[in-house]
Ligand binder design. Structure first.
Ligand code: CU
Length: 148
């Protein structure tokens, strides 16, 4: 009996060590939720979404591409001004919020005019994770999920 207990204890210890070894390597686990584009009123559009990171490593959103524009950039909003940034952090066990009135994705020189009900394909590029393709539903111009 004592022998078995020792063996079981030994296995539990080994398993614990293996798990600890995995978690120290760490990797981001990204998921995109709540994505949308308000129907634009000119040849410039914005898009909003949340990137959730369930992983144990921080990642960064570094670029966004889309067939609808060759000029897609990521912008931060400070007060009433916005400016382009090189990347946004997606913290480990946290999220990156791109929301109305705040940070956003910006599309300049739209190749066609997105209309409510359509979907716009975008690809999000990250420092560590592979690219994620998102189909952005086009909502009405004033749509704001935070105020629903
Ligand atoms: Cu902007």
């Amino acid at each position: 009996m004592t022998g078995r207990a020792t063996l079981a204890g030994g296995l539990a210890l080994l398993t614990g060590l293996t798990l600890a070894g995995c978690s120290t390597e760490g990797s981001p686990e990204l998921k995109v939720v709540g994505a949308f584009m308000p129907q634009p009123v000119s040849d410039i559009a914005a898009a909003f979404l949340v990137v959730e990171n369930a992983g144990s490593a921080t990642d960064r959103l570094t670029a966004v591409t889309s067939p609808i524009s060759d000029h897609v950039t990521i912008h931060e909003t400070k007060g009433r001004a916005m400016r382009m940034v090189a990347s946004f952090e997606v913290p480990a066990q946290g999220e990156l919020d791109l929301e109305r009135g705040g940070n956003h994705i910006m599309f300049d020189e739209l190749k066609r005019q997105p209309k409510k009900g359509q979907k716009i394909s975008v690809q999000l590029h990250f420092e560590k994770s592979g690219p994620i393709t998102v189909e952005l539903p086009v909502e009405e111009t004033t749509y704001n999920p935070a105020k629903q």
